[in-house]
Design a protein. Structure first.
Lengths: 184, 560
């Protein structure tokens, strides 16, 4: 079976324990979560999970339906890389002398368009946003100068579609609310 | 009022009149409040929390109401886990209220603390921890709504000791809407039309019926559907009793130990209409060979079931109560006389090779099928059947006949041994006007035999039939067929079951001779109280037909 890296976005109510409810669905199917980012969404009270996982289309469809089945999950979508604009952020900590004593470091920073967030007597912190391959490539280049710490966030993504599907969904759901009907 | 009292008031608002449970330290406030409400809410004290949850399941299955369980924290809560998993797989509406340590003690490994939410999340429809008294009415309203509406399932409310004791102003508002949950998906007219089209053009249509029909109260709609298009039907284990056994369209049970006709016909039909069933592996066998020639229409309320195991041509995601009449309206009146007649050949073969030798054996020890058959006849097929798991379950499912809906209570998905006795208690409480016959093997009955105490205390008139073959029969059957007769840990030395019953003040009798069987059954059924009938049956009895696990209907074993 051919596998693809899928980006799954899940919108939920803000209750304790939602993360566990979502991850156990992956666990049951023996699917490894590659990255995971959780944050508040643009709509107050609604949280957004962005998960990437390598699996088949058939499986991601089943998993998505099982996630949506959870009561406090509003909606789940899945995308391939072609459908979305996505980004990750990486931080690299290197020793101050490596930065000061090696002129190559400056050219690497320029070439990759990395930002220098902090320089002090003992270390410097670089930041790069990009796809995994980009941030990984910079890490490989900096390795010879001894990277003290390296960390990368999970993926965040927006769709290329012009429709905000969650808002439509919420409007549709609210239309079912009997209390709203009483007001009309 | 106190949170504990608010809980009682909330349960009353949800029209709860029966609770199954067991008290303990962290739920003591709730039991204290219950004491003041005993005129309106009856608490049935089981002998183990697992008994309470299975009793609530039996109650829910026969009555269609939400079963309610109240237990304490820690071991009280972990003892209901099996029942929760069982109710989740079999779509049984439950609200389980568990006590929890005080909110300041949470996460400290306090005495009788367990992470009940964490443990129960994978096996519940919803679980929620209440830490403030003010949340109680909201959480209870939501719990009942979730347990009951849509595809039913178990809900856990984990309520801290301080929330039970805290003072609050009580105001109750039933839950009618959750924006993240649509229990009844909107019927898709396009899908309905496509489904009706396929059925209208079908030459050899076959319907498969699961519990969804009973859960959706769509028995009459099913009958109208089958009658209009003249479609034969097979029932899943949990779908049994959704149409009477005697109905001319009812071709019997599907699956591993089901009837030959409906199983074979899944490989011959041109259109397969699955209604409120989930293509469990015990029904389909090898998916690679399952109904490959057929176009499949799947009617289910749960979108996650569509294409989960079997790829469908048309999916109609809705309550069967809505989807069936919508499709029926578009169906042409049809006749499939030849097709329906083509089942006869298999029915005849099964009757001769399997059924007759099982239910009317001339010689040898009593057989399980014979006992089930005689009891079904003696109750005029009006009784509620409760089974345990294993050979007793399959024999009961095969040979018990049904004349009314919600008459079959069994652990289908999880296959929980020990289910029958407590579930039968719940069924008797939930359907007090009906006779409840509980079939269990010598193994399963002993897993929850302590519930004889509950039967004694509350005078619950359950008819218990222990089919004793001194073996864990179904495992023994597999060992005989597939493990070279190496009977590893399946022979059982058993107590004198009627004597055990006697210790609890319950009448009982043991039968081992064929000529005594009918008199014993008559004695059991004429008694107004609980009764335990032990029947010593053939040790080497086998359940046939059998489609071995992971194979297809072509590999069917008849055992002749």
């Amino acid at each position: 079976m051919e596998t693809t890296l899928y980006t799954i976005t899940v919108y939920t109510e803000n209750f304790v324990g939602l993360l566990n409810q979502i991850t156990i669905i992956f666990t049951r199917r023996q699917i490894n979560i590659e990255t995971l980012t959780v944050s508040k969404s643009s709509i107050p009270g609604i949280h957004k999970f962005t998960i990437t996982a390598e699996t088949t289309e058939d499986m991601v469809t089943k998993v998505m339906k099982q996630i949506e089945k959870r009561i406090d999950v509003l909606k789940a979508f899945f995308h391939t890389d072609d459908d979305i604009i996505y980004q990750e952020v990486a931080l690299y900590k290197i020793g101050a002398e490596a930065l000061l004593e090696n002129p190559q470091v400056e050219s690497i920073v320029r070439k990759y368009n990395a930002r220098i967030l902090e320089v002090n007597r003992s270390f410097a912190v670089l930041e790069l946003s990009g796809h995994t391959e980009d941030t990984q490539e910079l890490f490989e280049r900096l390795k010879e100068f001894h990277v003290l710490q390296f960390v990368r966030t999970g993926r965040i993504a927006v769709t290329k579609s012009t429709i905000e599907r969650l808002s439509d969904f919420l409007a549709e759901m609210e239309a079912r609310n009997p209390e709203n009907k009483c007001v009309e | 009022m106190k949170g504990a009292e608010a809980l009682m008031c909330s349960l009353l608002e949800e029209r709860v009149n029966t609770i199954f449970g067991y008290p303990g330290g962290q739920i003591i406030n709730v039991f204290d409040a219950m004491y003041s409400y005993q005129d309106s809410i009856k608490h049935i004290l089981t002998r183990h929390e697992q008994g309470a949850v299975h009793a609530a399941q039996g109650y829910a299955r026969v009555s269609g109401e939400v079963g309610v369980v109240v237990v304490t924290s820690g071991p009280g809560a972990t003892n209901v886990i099996t029942g929760l998993a069982d109710a989740m797989l079999d779509s049984t509406p439950l609200v389980v209220i568990a006590g929890q340590v005080g909110s300041t003690m949470l996460g400290t490994d306090a005495f009788q603390e367990t992470d009940v939410i964490g443990i129960s999340q994978p096996i519940t429809k919803w679980s929620y921890q209440i830490r403030k008294a003010s949340e109680i009415p909201w959480a209870v309203a939501r719990a009942f709504y979730i347990a009951r509406e849509g595809r039913p399932g178990p809900v856990v409310l984990d309520i801290t000791k301080d929330a039970q004791a805290e003072m609050m102003d009580f105001e109750y508002k039933p839950c009618t809407f959750i924006r993240s949950y649509q229990p009844y998906p909107t019927l898709n007219d396009e899908a309905v039309k496509k489904a009706a089209d396929l059925i209208n053009r079908a030459k050899r249509p076959l319907a498969l019926v699961g519990q969804g029909v009973m859960l959706g109260h769509a028995e009459a709609e099913l009958e109208a559907f089958l009658t209009k298009a003249d479609i034969p039907v097979g029932c899943t284990l949990l779908g049994l009793s959704s149409i009477p056994t005697g109905c001319k369209y009812n071709k019997g049970m599907l699956g591993m130990h089901g009837n030959i006709g409906p199983n074979i016909k899944t490989t011959e039909c041109d259109v397969l209409i699955a209604i409120g069933m989930r293509f469990d592996d015990r029904v389909t066998g090898d998916l690679k060979k399952y109904a490959k020639q057929a176009q499949i229409i799947h009617l289910d309320i749960d979108a996650a079931e569509i294409d989960k195991n079997v790829k469908t041509e048309v999916a109609v995601i809705a309550n069967a109560k809505e989807s069936l009449p919508a499709i029926t309206a578009l169906l042409k009146k049809n006749k499939h006389k030849e097709w329906i007649k083509s089942f006869d050949e298999y029915d005849q073969k099964e009757l001769e090779k399997v059924i007759e030798p099982e239910i009317h054996p001339a010689t040898g020890a009593i057989t399980m099928g014979e006992v089930v058959h005689e009891i079904s006849e003696a109750t005029k097929h009006q009784a509620v059947l409760v089974t345990d798991v294993g050979q007793n379950q399959m024999m009961a499912a095969r040979y018990f006949k049904f004349s009314q809906t919600r008459s079959m209570v069994t652990s289908g998905g999880l296959g929980t041994m020990g289910f029958a006795l407590p579930a039968a208690i719940g069924a008797a409480v939930g359907a007090p006007e009906r006779t409840v016959c509980c079939f269990a093997g010598d193994g399963g009955i002993q897993m929850t035999i302590q519930e004889l105490g509950t039967i004694m205390q509350y005078k619950i008139p359950v008819k218990m039939i222990v089919l004793n073959n001194s073996f864990l029969g179904m495992v023994r059957q597999w060992q005989e067929l597939f493990y070279k007769e190496r009977y590893s840990s399946t022979p059982m030395v058993n107590p004198d079951f009627p004597l055990v019953a006697k210790a609890y003040g319950i009448r009982g009798r043991m039968v081992s001779k064929r000529e005594d069987l009918n008199a014993a059954i008559a004695d059991m059924l004429s008694d107004n109280d609980a009764y335990l009938l032990e029947v010593q049956v053939e040790e080497n009895g086998m359940v046939y037909p059998m489609i071995p696990a992971g194979t297809s209907v072509e590999q069917l074993i008849l055992g002749d």
